[in-house]
Design a protein around this ligand. Sequence first.
Ligand SMILES: Cc1cc2nc3c(=O)[nH]c(=O)nc-3n(C[C@H](O)[C@H](O)[C@H](O)COP(=O)(O)OP(=O)(O)OC[C@H]3O[C@@H](n4cnc5c(N)ncnc54)[C@H](O)[C@@H]3O)c2cc1C
Ligand code: FES
Ligand code: FES
Length: 484
Amino acid sequence: MIRFLLNDQPVSLDNVEPGLTILQYLRTTLGLVGTKEGCAAGDCGACTVVLGTLETGRIQYHAINACITPIGSLHGKQLLTIEHLQHQESLHPIQQAMVDCHGSQCGFCTPGVVMSLFAWQHSVQQGVAVVDHHGIADALSGNLCRCTGYQPIFRAAAKVCGAPAQPQFTDLAAQLQALQADADGEITCGDAHFFCPTSSAELARLLADRPEARLVAGATDLGLEITLQLKRLPVLIQTARVKEMLKLEDTADALYIGAAVTYTAMQTKVEEQFPAFAELLARLGSRQIRNQGTLGGNIANASPVGDAPPVLLALDARLHLRSLDGLRSLPISQFFTGYRATMLRPGEFIESVEIPKLKANEVLKVYKISKRFDDDISAVCFALWLKLDGDTIADVRIGFGGMAATPARAIHTENALRGQVFSEASVQAAGAALTRDFQPLDDLRASAAYRLAVAANLLRRAWLEWRSGETVQVMTWQPQVRHA
Ligand SMILES: Cc1cc2nc3c(=O)[nH]c(=O)nc-3n(C[C@H](O)[C@H](O)[C@H](O)COP(=O)(O)OP(=O)(O)OC[C@H]3O[C@@H](n4cnc5c(N)ncnc54)[C@H](O)[C@@H]3O)c2cc1C
Ligand code: FES
Ligand code: FES
């Protein structure tokens, strides 16, 4: 059975299909139709709801996409929808600001926008976000609005989100704690099951006993199999409570990231150690996707356009893989074996990722090229790691996404650079070697010729930045917040 708070009311749930999404549950079971369905793919944000999660003794509010999130993810959490923001029959201050600033036209995106701003207002209150242009853009990165041009929404956000949050949503921490302890977080429905193990050993045993099971972490890839491909996934095993997969450890030599740690939870640590990687993660999906998605899911999904693998290839990360047979570890360069194929054996899962830290003479550059700045998959993702001896490249690794059937190293290009002075001439010569490494595809994101040209240009950009010590500025759209 799963137990959660719907607003401030405890709910116990069992005997529902594990693939039921939170959105379907809200709209069809509860008749709470304020939360909208736009794309059913995590892209538009119309379905945004807020999950209150107990973190270090207090409740943190995170906006998520209800359309791709299985119902079992609610165990031990507080679910808030647009219907719950009414306060004594009047509008919530965020809703009122949206009215005052003309932030809603057709209104289809509005519940999602309000819920994203609600979560963000609480983050501001808790000191983990600030009210500025960047913060507002981040909070709204997963909410598409076709009508307003965003200016009025930005104005509403700037007007209200620095103000204190509504008091009725505080002090539920003890209740959430009790709910988590009260039930096992599992669902059974005929032949279908949603399991919620809390240790790696338990997870390994479940996977060995149920070879048909699918692992689910944030569900930001897996959820699409349910909503877009209409697959029935009768046995799901959730990783979100497996303690070994939630560790975030910073040692002298490496950063260890548990496979079930969300992008939001790892952001600060990654920023401290690998600022260039953190910049990329800040553009992975949207705020909602980053609140749910995990590094383990990104790697195991083995998409040729996944963003983290190129960086992990450049940094020579190691994957720690667990099964009933024990733990083995593998350099990520050996993990991808073909299009969406990996070295994972039946019954095996990624437990954690070990990323060696940068030394004083090492450089990391990471760039993502996509059609939109936010919430878009890469056409090309590039990561360069260099070990320098003065101006000479003592060693180099280059990871690419979007150039081949798997995330891949550019071995010929690396060989052309190794031992050379890092200069315009060596970068130009190495850029020519890219055609020996890759014959990229033409697809909807970019043509093969574009991909090859941009890949060479990204190498040149890395050299320009290293030479000048400055970041090459990339044009992005910045709505100006004018206060009425
Ligand atoms: C709107 C949208 C935008 C997106 N934008 C980006 C983007 O910009 N860049 C990008 O790289 N990706 C993007 N994605 C894809 C996705 O968010 C990421 O790949 C994410 O990291 C997946 O993690 P997850 O925890 O949600 O994985 P899940 O969906 O839960 O799982 C993905 C797959 O991995 C398996 N799995 C999960 N954890 C493990 C584990 N520990 N061991 C073994 N197998 C495991 C699952 O069984 C499943 O097959 C986007 C997705 C959406 C919906
Ligand atoms: S309905 Fe579009 S993100 Fe969920
Ligand atoms: S108001 Fe119409 S989509 Fe935003």
